[in-house]
Design a protein around this ligand. Sequence first.
Ligand code: SAM
Length: 230
Amino acid sequence: VVSKRIARLVDYIPSGAYLADIGSDHAYLPCYAAMKGHIVGAIAGEINEGPYRSAQETVKQYKLEKVIEVRRGNGLNVITSDDQVDAVVIAGMGGELIRTILEEGKHKLNPRMTLILQPNVGEKRLREWLEQEQWWITDEEILEEEGHIYEVLIAKRHAFTPARLSLEDLWFGPYLRQHSSAIFKKKWQAELQKRRRVLASLANAQNADEVKEKRKALEKEIALIEEVIT
Ligand code: SAM
């Protein structure tokens, strides 16, 4: 049994794909995808010794050694052009780290691939990178599990140039803000409260220029969030 989050991520992998799961930890995601018959094979990439071993153990436990190869390395370095990877999953880390992994390994990406990204925080930074590098967001999802809210971003390389993302798109997601689900509203209500609390705490701070700047930035963000969720 895997988490709802992992099951949803697997749904976004094109069926019959050869997958690279970067930062695979226990390799639950590629193992689940392989057992479902959803993928033809996978690379589970891990930078750290502990998770790398855990990944090997899970693969062995489910007798998937012929289907899933566990490789140790930083980010997309574990992929070579011979691998013919169709889909890349990078999930369960901050958007900034996902961005760094994509940026450092962008020569490993090719237009055939689908990127399935699940940042825990820092979605805006990731969307900015995708737009800058012409990876277009083709779908998004927001889901809640055990008190955590997760965003999933799907990106592809298109031959055409879609409309540029607005500031609201970058912050809230071009698809997520259109649908404005209950979970989406819940997430941004919480983000709004967080900012209001910080702003209130700054009211008593000395009016140094730095504080003024911070307050201005917070007020702007609060106005933006209020506009989107009300
Ligand atoms: N992807 C899994 C998931 O969504 O459940 C595991 C997420 S886990 C919190 C993040 C994993 O990414 C850790 O096992 C960590 O060792 C690995 N990691 C962090 N930076 C990495 C990098 N640059 N390259 C490969 N793996 C990395």
